[in-house]
Structures are given as structure tokens and as C-alpha cells.
Write a protein that binds this ligand. Sequence first.
Ligand code: 3HC
Length: 774
Amino acid sequence: MDDSRFVRSAHLPIPPRTYLGPTSMNTPINTSPNPRSLFSGDGSYSSFVAREMAKGRTEMEVGPDGVAVITIINPPVNSLSVDVLFSLKDSYEQALNRDDVKAIVITGAGGKFSGGFDITAFGGLQGGQRDQPKVGYVSIDIITDTLEGARKPSVAAIDGLALGGGLEVAMACHGRVSTSTAQLGLPELQLGIIPGFGGTQRLPRLVGLTKSLEMILMSKPIKGEEAHAFGLVDAIVSPEELVKTARCWALDIAEFRRPWIRSLYRTDKLEPLGEAREILKFARSQTQKRAPNLQHPLVCLDVVEEGIVSGPRAGLWKEANAFQTLLFSDTCKSLVHVFFAQRATSKVPGVTDLGLVPRKITKVAILGGGLMGSGIATALILSNYPVMLKEVNEKFLKAGIDRVKANLQSRVKKGKMSQEKFERTLSLLTGVLDYESFKDVDMVIEAVIENVSLKQQIFADLEKFCSPHCILATNTSTIDLNLIGEKTMSQDRIVGAHFFSPAHIMPLLEIVRTHKTSPQVVTDLLDVGKKIRKTPIVVGNCTGFAVNRMFFPYTQSALFLVDRGVDVYKIDRACTKFGMPMGPFRLADLVGFGVAVATGMQYLENFPERVYKSLLMSIMLEDKRSGEATRKGFYKYDEKRKASPDPEIKKYIEKSRSMAGITPDLELMKLADKDIVEMVFLPVVNEACRVLDEGIVVKASDLDIASIMGMGFPPYRGGIMFWADSLGANYVHSKLNAWSNKYGQLFKPCTYLAERASKGLSLSAQVNQARARM
Ligand SMILES: C[C@H](O)CC(=O)SCCNC(=O)CCNC(=O)[C@H](O)C(C)(C)COP(=O)(O)OP(=O)(O)OC[C@H]1O[C@@H](n2cnc3c(N)ncnc32)[C@H](O)[C@@H]1OP(=O)(O)O
């Protein structure tokens, strides 16, 4: 491609930073190269399209009132592909050149303004397969000089969504009219980039620095009503009135009945310089505390500050350069991968490609009001599902209902729920002690203790009391589903609905299917998962399923290291520094040693060759030390449950070591944090490879999402498999192989890993269809 609007990504010229000084705050000065000089040939959009199939477009219609309505068309969310942006510029120029056009309205097709820059293009840009516009071309030449600087006014008519680049286009218009339910926001930081089409400069000028930083740093969109209250939009109207009102608004500006405002040069909402600096300083310290491994939020704050101190034009250039650099960062690549991986989890071959329609679930029953059962009940009633909670006696039932109440009350306390909504939500919950009313239920979720014969009895009872269409789900985290359903003839409607604790908060839902579970049942559960705002991953049936099985070695190798002299707290610190919310020992305290030891037994039974037989937790349990619940585990806990290291654990470690006949290993004791992280996580990668190889999941990216949402693996590392691929299959294999030779089976690389390493393939690449386990 020979077009000077574009640069090949490998040779990015960075334009000189333009310092305009404080006077530039109110003075639009064009510092960019002459836009025309960026075009070669005839420079028109159509010549560009002739060279490349267009992805999306804009359409313009001029009414008898003299208003040109430009509509962004690029389903499903009207994203701003390079084609759309160039088409927008062309439509604009046409509108400016036509004598019959007095004013312009921009809107989006199908009730959505725009979901922002086209994220599907990121991969191509990063890989250098796609040409991209020169730095600043879109944000300065198109959005600032062509749209905002136009001699005819424009108004954005916003419905559905105006996110990222979508909102940035809207903010460059001279007025904004929105529906009350539209979502407006700059969520770019969640993709590892910063707003790149002027958002860092215009949003603070429209809503003030404090609100804009909250919206940008938290990637948090706001609804139309709130946007109106903060001055981001000028009027709220119904969807039917939207375009009509925007037309009138644009004409009012053109005919001087309303002010003609360029957001970029407003200063009235900006805090005075001294105050602004204090706000930015506070935001920096909060950001560093919350996300110490991330650079891009800090870069964003620098860019915002540049605009406030040196003027918006300088801010725009700094933004454009920073955007360009961040687009190629590992963080951006990882987070974009996560964006698509998350959406891909609900595309399940053999299920979602069969054209099945989810059946309506009108009533759900939950068996067991413990921590899990009450959490699941909370998640369901929060999404308006009527729930029947069954317990074995009044006392347990009351305790279960009280737990649900407490879950809801904590939302009320945090201001996330009104008292009235609390009452309404709680009224969806009823308690029962028998199966009498189970005949009307469409789905049952069993959440009792992990006891095979108890579960078998329950499923046999359910088969008798529930209607034949009722879905029979279990929340077991380890037990084989075939075993649970052994005493029934209903294996086709038995499915795992494995929630993570606390179930009303954790975003992951592991849907477990056996080879007998019907695709219809999986489709129904996928739909319920979506409605209760969980990210589902569909997995096959095995001990621990995907998440627990893959993360079992997390604690295993940590225990191995402790037996060999590595400090418990050093291991936890290395893991949290890496980005985990907690290290393996703090996690074991949270889960409780009883559960950890019981789970260990399951693994010992199923995978004896690779279970590290540590005695440490059993020894501590004998001393009634079982984790956070007893306020003593690897840490000690104060009344507010704040954890602190406990010197007493030394004696348990020494006992465990002497009983196992192990002596500290001086080499391991000197391990750097990076090496500790690898020794803890590469066995996790190894198990993840087995899970993939056995067909427990259908694609590696499902394991990425499972690791992030189920275990808190840092999303900015892209998930467990994506991270492993960043190290390389060969590296992972050679490390594990060396440790396996030295320390034994716990580290032995699996066949899948060995094959990938020898063939030079990535661990995630789909080669042959994995062996079907589902
Ligand atoms: C320079 C600029 O500053 C940079 C930017 O603008 S970066 C982009 C900023 N925008 C965003 O981050 C928004 C990202 N999108 C979202 O948050 C959500 O998709 C949404 C709120 C728009 C819609 O959510 P929801 O209704 O649940 O649908 P969801 O399944 O997520 O998306 C629907 C489809 O649109 C796609 N999509 C969403 N946003 C997209 C975007 N910006 N670009 C390309 N595709 C997008 C999704 O991949 C999905 O495709 P699929 O059906 O093939 O899986």
C-alpha cells in the first residue's frame, strides 16, 4: 500500500512534541502537518476502498432542513475501523462542501452510537500485517481539525453505547443529545491502552478532572442520566425523539440560538492548576497501590496533566504518541487477548452451533444453604430468578436465608442497593424443608457437602420429585458427575454448575458436562450464566474439572519449596508481586486446611504419580490450626481478619521436614522471586496442558479465562497459557525437565508439552482437535 496517510507499523515516525505554553488553552493552533500532504494519489476514501475490502462505513443523508445526518454503520457495535474513520472524514468533507448543508448530526445505526475503535484490528496492527494511519492523523486531523474545527456545527445523537473512540467522536461534536439508558465511557485502560482520540483532553474539560479520572481509571461507563448531570451530554430524550432533537439542536447552533462550544478549549469545568495537580498526585498514588505492575494508567495521568499544564493541543500530541507506544505493549496484547477469549468461552462446538434455543427457566431450587448454596441463591435472585432454598431442618434453613440476607445487606451498606430493592430481591427467595414443591422447578442446583453417597441419594430423590424436563445440576468442585448420577436414569440432564466462592461475586461459572449431558441442557445453563452475569466455561468431566485441577499444583510446588527451606512468606510475596491476589499459603488459609487436605486426597487417588505428599497441613490441623476460620493457619489473623506472618509456623515446618526426612536445599533457598514464580507456576502450566490435551476444555483461551476469573491470575499477563506462550514451549519444557530430573515426578513435563516444544509450536495453537471428553 502506498498511501502516506498510513505507516507500516514497523517504521513509526513519532512527530515532535509540540509545546504551546499556557496560552494555548484557548487558542486553536494547527500544529499537525497539512492534512492534504498525507494523501497520495487522488487521496479519496473510494480509492482506498478499492485497494482493501472496507470494514464498515458511514452513510450521509441530507434533509430539507439543511441537516446532514451521518450514520456510523459497522455491526455489531458500530466500531470505528480505519475504514469507518476515513469514511467519516469523507462524509464530513462532503457535508462541509455542500451549500445545502447548514449543520451535521452524527449517529450510529441500529440504536448504538459506537463501541469505539475496532478492537479486531489490534492484532493486525500489532503484528504489522495492517497499515495504520500516521500518529495523530485520526485524533488531530480527523477528529479535531475536521470535526471539531469545522465551520458547520455538529451534534452527536447517542443511543445504546458511546464507548472509547465512540465517545471521543461525540465529545468532538458541538453538542450531545442522549437517551437515558445509553452507556458513555472511556474503557480503554482495560485494554492496556489509553484513550487515543482526544478523550484524555476533552473528558476532563467536559466533566471536571475528578469525575473524568474516575471514569477513565476505573474504565467505568456511566448512563445517559448521569452523563447529563455531569455535563457530558446536553439533553436527554427518548430514542424516538433522538435524531429529531439532535437536528434541531444542530440548527440552533448554526443559527446562533445556542452556543457553539468546542470541548477542547473549554476551561470552566477544570479545577485550578494547584488543585488539579493535587488530584493527579492522589490518583497516581492510588493507581500505584492498586496496580503496581501496570504502566499505562500512569502514562494516562501524565497525558492528562500535559494537557492541563501545556494546553490541550500539546496534550493531544502526547496522547497520540503514548497511544501508539502502548498499542504495542505486552500488556495491551494480553488484555486484547483476554477481551476476545472471554467472548469466545460461550462459543462451544457441538453445542452453540446446533441452533438450539435456550428454554425458559422460571424457577430454580437450591439444595443446601451453606456458603456456596447461599451465594448461588444470592446470584440468582439478584438477576430476578425466583429461588427455593431447601435445607434439612429449620435451624439450617434459617442460617441459609440469613446468609443470603447478609450478602444483600452488604450491597445496601456499600450503597449499591436501595432498601426497597433489597426487600424486592429478598422476596424472590423462599425456604423449604422437603421436595413437595419441586415439581414446578425448571432447574435444581445441589450445593451440599462433598459426599458421594449423599449426592447419589439426592439425585435419585430429585429424579422422583422433579418434572422430567428439570435440569439437575451439581455444584461439586471435584466429584465425578457420572458417579453422582449413577443411581438415576437421568444422566442426560445432569450437569455441573460449579460456582466459585463467594458465588454471588466471583465472575466464573464452570459448566461441566459428561458425554451424556444433552447439548440442550448446556445451552440452557449457558443462558442462565449469561443472565446472572457470569462468564461460563464449558468443560468435560474429570477430577477437579478444569480450574481446580489446573491450579492444584499451585500449592503443591509451594509446599515442596517450603520443605526444602524456602520461606512461606517469601513464596507468597513473589506470587503477589507477580500479580496474584494472594499467594498459595494465604489462599490455603482462606480455603481452609480441611478442604485442602480432602481435595489433596482426591488427587492422590486419581493422579498419585504427581502429587507431592506434604505432611505440613495435616500436622497443623492436628493442632487445630486450619486457616483463617480458626484465625491461625500459615498466618495469624486479628479480629478484623487482617493476616500477619506467624513465627510459630517454623516448628510445624521443621516437624514436617524431619518426618519426611528432608533437609533444606541451599540452592533453592537462594531462589530469586522470578525463579520462585516459575517453580510455582510452570507445574500449573503443565497440568493446564494435560487438561487441554485430554479435551477437558476445547481451547487454550478457555484456560486463560478460567485462570483469570477462577484463580485471579493477572489479566495483564493474558492468562496461564498466554503467559506460558510468552515464555515459549521450549523454555517451559526445559525448565520442567531439569527440575523433574533433579526433584522428581511433580515436575515431569507431560507429553503435550514435550511434543509442542520439540515441534516448536506454541502451547495454545490449535493443531488437531483435542481428544473429545465432552
Ligand atoms: C482510540 C480509542 O480511544 C481506542 C478505543 O476506542 S478502544 C475500544 C474501546 N471500547 C471498548 O473497550 C468497548 C469494548 N466492548 C465492550 O465493552 C462490549 O463489547 C460492549 C459493551 C460494547 C457490548 O457488550 P455486549 O452487549 O455484552 O456484547 P459483546 O459480546 O461484548 O460484544 C458483541 C460483539 O461485538 C464485538 N465488539 C464489541 N466491542 C467491539 C469493538 N470496540 N471493536 C470490535 N468489536 C467489538 C465483540 O467482540 C462481540 O463480537 P462477537 O459477537 O463476534 O463475539
